[in-house]
Design a protein around this ligand. Structure first.
Ligand code: NI
Ligand code: MN
Length: 226
């Protein structure tokens, strides 16, 4: 499968059958100016929580692509009120088999409110099983002990972890999180977008390297094969 980075916490995953898009925040992101939002493919849009920096372009992309929005009950209901009828409500601990693979919603320690002040339910992350690969998309979260459950129940081959600090885990906590989930292949997210979350990229990569782990920081607009 192919992973494309659209900046901040927004990634596309292209599987054999579907295009998945996570937490779209592109038009307001100064670092993602070259991304052509109206060309992003999307069959399923997975949203971790309601904050603006995770939903900014969701409505526009969902309307253009007629994609299905997968998120917690409160967030999909908010989109439904705005005319999106392809929705799939979930909540923490639940799992569902989609045509591209399975999705389980897991705990995140953070907050969640939608841009207009509507209650956004509990923040979450996603564990996906696609084409025999297990993928953990952490969303916005602190380091927390429930991550150890992920290693017990699953075995992520790759994990998308926030590393920007201030609003989420920073580099050191993300490195510990990678131990908790027993995963050596990490994709960094939620860094550099705002002054509060600017990181030292080389220091971040070295922090993981010292633990024999690989942190990949994909350039915005680039893709990697996985
Ligand atoms: Ni957030
Ligand atoms: Mn955020």
């Amino acid at each position: 499968m192919k992973i494309t980075y659209y900046g901040h916490s927004c990634f596309g995953i292209t599987t054999k059958t579907s295009s998945l898009l996570f937490d779209p925040f592109i038009r307001p992101n100064e670092l993602a100016k070259k991304i052509e939002v109206d060309k992003i493919p999307c069959d399923y849009m997975l949203i971790s929580h309601g904050h603006e920096d995770h939903v900014a372009d969701a409505l526009e992309i969902a309307k253009r692509t007629n994609s299905r929005i997968v998120s917690n009950f409160e967030i999909v209901s908010w989109f439904e009120k705005q005319g999106i009828n392809q929705i799939h409500p979930m909540n923490i601990g639940g799992e569902w088999n989609f045509d591209f693979g399975s999705v389980r919603m897991v705990n995140a320690v953070h907050s969640s409110v939608l841009p207009d002040g509507t209650y956004g339910g509990n923040p979450g992350g996603f564990l996906l099983n696609i084409e025999g690969k297990q993928i953990y998309y952490a969303g916005d979260t602190a380091l927390h002990m429930d991550m150890k459950l992920i290693a017990e129940l699953w075995k992520p081959d790759i994990a998308f972890l926030p590393i920007g600090d201030n609003f989420t885990m920073g580099i050191n906590d993300a490195r510990i999180a990678s131990d908790f989930i027993d995963c050596n292949e990490i994709i960094g997210m939620h860094y550099d977008t705002f002054p509060y979350i600017v990181i030292d990229r080389e220091k971040a990569i070295q922090t993981f390297k010292k633990s024999n782990k690989k942190l990949t920081l994909i350039n915005i607009g680039d893709s990697i094969n996985f």
